[in-house]
Each structure stands twice: as C-alpha cells, then as structure tokens.
Design a protein around this ligand. Structure first.
Ligand code: ZN
Length: 343
C-alpha cells in the first residue's frame, strides 16, 4: 500500500511536468485527483488493510494528496504566466503610439454665462448676495406687493411645499432676495446681485422649464434716480454684448417696481436686420427692471422719503440660448453629453 502510494505520487508528478495545456491539465486532474481518480481509489482501500498499518498508510495518502494539489495549483499559475509572456512576445507593445485622449470635463453653458455676469456686475460694484430657495408666501409675494388673490400671481405658478399658515414654497423668482438683502444691510446703501435657482409649476416645453437660474440686482441709496437705472443698464449691455451694442427701453409692469421697464438689446446675430432668433424685430429682450416700489423699500426697512433704488432681473439661461443659438431650453437639464460637449 505504501509503495503503491509512493508510486502514484511519482507517476502523477512526472506526468504533470510536461503539461502546458489547460485541457491536458484538466485531464490530469481528473485522472489523479478526481472523485473516481487514482488517489481516491487508493484511499478506498485504506479500510481493507490491517489495522496496525492503517495509520501510516492514511498519513502517507494525505501527504500524497497535498503534494499533488500543490503541484496542480503551481501548474495552473505557471500556465497562466506562460500564456501572458507568449502574448506579450507575440503582440509587442508599440511605445510610440499616441495615448488615448483623456475626456475633459467642461463648464455648463449656464455656469459660464453666470460667471460672465458675475464678473461684469462685480466690476460695476455689485456684490453677490445669496438667499434661500425655500421661501414663505409672505417673502415671495406679499412683501413684493403681490397680496393673495392678486391677478399678477398668475404669472408665477407656484410649487407650494408645505400648506402651513406660512405657506412655504419654492421661490418663483429671486426677488424675495431684495427684501432679505435690505433687511440684512439696513441702514447701509446696497449694491448686490442675487443669483440662484427659481422654480415654477409649469408645463415643460421648448421655451419653459420648471427650474431655471435668475440673476436679480438691487441698488438702494440716497438720490438714486431713473437716470441711474438707464445708465447702469446701458453700461451693462455694452459690457455684455459689446461696446457698440444698441439698447432700447420699453415700459412694462412689475408689482414691485414703479416705473418698470424692459431692456432690449439690438440683435447681435443679425445686427438689427431681422432674423429667426429675434423674430425679425431686430431686438432681443434681455431683462426687466424698474425703480424699487416705495412699499417694497418700506418692507425692507428703508424709508422711501430718504431712500430710493432700482432693481433688475435677467435669465442667464435665456442669454445663453441667444448667444449660442440654442433652440430648446430642455437641453440645459437633459444631461446629454452630445449637447454639453459643444461648449
Ligand atoms: Zn436677429
């Protein structure tokens, strides 16, 4: 029995050494280590041999089993290693090949536009003042001259998120930031821009989204007049759209400014001749603005007998759409790389 086991080990190891093929290795494993293999057959006979020899035979059988398993594992590794070396030799590395291009991240077109706006307004002395996106009905509407049931509310379809007494909502515009800025900075003069996301409960179409960024601006001081508003808006348009940008003002209405106006800039795509983007008017609507309503000044803590100011609001997304001729507002939040990689 002991001789048989030693013989089995020697035969198995010498049969293993010339094998360099996975198929043959598997056949070897079945032949010697398999459930019906040579070693298993020897082990079955252990019960039949005399008791006094059984312990020594069992010990040797285990040693043979371990030796064969160890040799088998080593062979598996050796075959893999040899296959790798062969493939490296057969397919030499060409170290002169250019590397694969690395995909660079880029800034979102709205981010780029926002940063450009921050820079322009910063140069003109306006600091960024951030306020919350979750507001109360009072802040978002009432303190801005839009009481409950006022028809102007139809312009701001609203996401109410808690129907408590305060009526908590997602701000529909950055204008509540005017009240917050005034209350934070009273009794000092103010020159701030209020950037951030706004939300409206609307149908999503090519021209309207439920979420969009806005940049509001507010200046409050002594003796600020309508001429200051006109001059500041004209200067902004020149810095944003070029030294020779032509602007025009149209009367408009917002509940929180009086008087109110829209600023149009001459279409920078067709230079006023008329094109699809400006709907053949030659003009593009850029922002809304006006003199801060006395009630709003008062709600912010400023006495309208001593203080005056102007406010304006613009949509960076709309400006980006005009600049890059983007026809559908839904691209901005679509996360489509084919769109984003163009910027
Ligand atoms: Zn045009």
């Amino acid at each position: 029995m002991l001789d048989n086991l030693n013989q089995l080990r020697d035969d198995a190891l010498s049969a293993l050494s010339p094998i360099w093929d996975e198929q043959q290795l598997e056949e070897w494993r079945i032949k010697y280590l398999g459930r019906k293999g040579a070693l298993a057959a020897q082990m079955e006979q252990l019960g039949a041999i005399p008791k006094e020899q059984r312990a020594a035979a069992g010990k040797l059988a285990n040693e043979v089993k371990n030796a064969l398993e160890t040799a088998y594992e080593a062979k598996v590794g050796a075959i893999k290693q040899r296959a790798l070396s062969e493939s490296l030799e057969a397919e030499p590395l060409d170290v002169t090949l250019p590397g694969r291009p690395v995909a660079h991240g880029r800034l979102h077109p709205v981010t780029t536009t926002m940063r450009e706006l921050y820079r322009i307004w910063g140069d003109m002395g306006f600091q960024v003042f951030r306020t919350r996106e979750i507001e109360t009905d009072e802040m978002n509407f009432q303190l801005l001259n839009i009481p409950p049931f006022h028809p102007a509310r139809d312009n701001w379809s609203t996401f109410y998120i808690a129907d408590t007494e305060e009526r908590v909502l997602l701000r529909t515009h950055t204008s509540p930031g005017q009240i917050r800025a005034m209350r934070a900075m009273h009794p000092n003069p103010i020159r701030v821009i209020l950037p951030g996301m706004c939300y409206r409960y609307e149908q999503i179409t090519a021209r309207s989204e439920i979420q969009f960024p806005q940049i509001e601006g507010l200046a409050v001081g002594h003796n600020i007049t309508f001429a200051d508003l006109l001059g500041t808006m004209t200067e902004f348009a020149r810095r944003m759209f070029g030294e020779n940008a032509k602007v025009r003002f149209r009367a408009d209405h917002f509940p929180f400014t009086e008087p109110s106006m829209e600023l149009d800039v001459e279409c920078f795509l067709c230079k006023g001749a008329g094109c699809g983007v400006c709907k053949y008017t030659g003009w593009l609507e850029i922002l809304g603005s006006g003199m801060v309503h006395p009630d709003v000044l008062r709600n912010g803590g400023y006495d309208p007998a001593e203080w005056s100011g102007f406010a304006f609001g613009m949509g960076p997304q709309r400006i980006a759409m005009l600049k890059h001729d983007i026809k559908d507002i839904r691209y901005f939040w679509g996360n489509d790389l084919r769109f984003l990689e163009q910027f």
